[in-house]
Ligand binder design. Structure first.
Ligand code: MG
Length: 161
């Protein structure tokens, strides 16, 4: 059967530590804690990259951008997202839409959601209404609720270009 659509889902998690920069959805968010990571620790972008790669069965972000490589130390994850979108294009597909859910206890993310959507859409070269960013707390339960970590889930739909 010939099908022009591919779906993908992605997940990422990072530990939070005091005194680090918190980068989510491609933007810096003022907070007392940030992600411990080889890159900038942007869980939203990492989940999104994994969803895009997953849609095309191209493996995962660790295969394409290994955290053992000095090239990716402290890298702006927007660069990884752009490169992942290039792979999507090279494989003859384009993004229809992406839907992201962030799990973070603090700070409140609502004031930053529109800027995240605009930033992600611009990096991926799609309309802002193709990118959804939603957030929830951990209701004070688990590692998210204790402010020990942050998680993100992403779902994407691609169609043949
Ligand atoms: Mg990650």
């Amino acid at each position: 059967m010939k099908c022009d659509f591919r779906i993908g889902n992605g997940y990422d998690v990072h530990r939070l530590e005091a005194g680090r920069t918190l980068t989510l959805g491609g933007i810096a968010i003022p907070h007392t804690k940030g992600c411990v990571a080889h890159s900038d620790g942007d869980v939203i972008i990492h989940a999104l990259c994994d969803a895009l790669l997953g849609a095309l069965a191209l493996g995962d972000i660790g295969r394409h951008f290994p955290d053992t490589s000095a090239e990716f130390a402290g890298i702006d994850s927007k660069i990884l997202l752009r490169r992942t979108c290039d792979m999507v294009q090279e494989n003859g597909y384009e993004l229809v839409n992406a839907d992201i859910t962030l799990l973070l206890q603090a700070p409140k993310i609502a004031p930053y959601v529109e800027q995240m959507r605009t930033t992600l859409a611009s990096v991926m070269g799609v309309a802002v209404d193709a990118v959804s960013v939603k957030a929830t707390t951990g209701e004070r339960m688990g590692f998210v609720g204790r402010e020990e970590g942050v998680e993100a889930y992403a779902a994407v739909l691609l169609c043949k270009a």
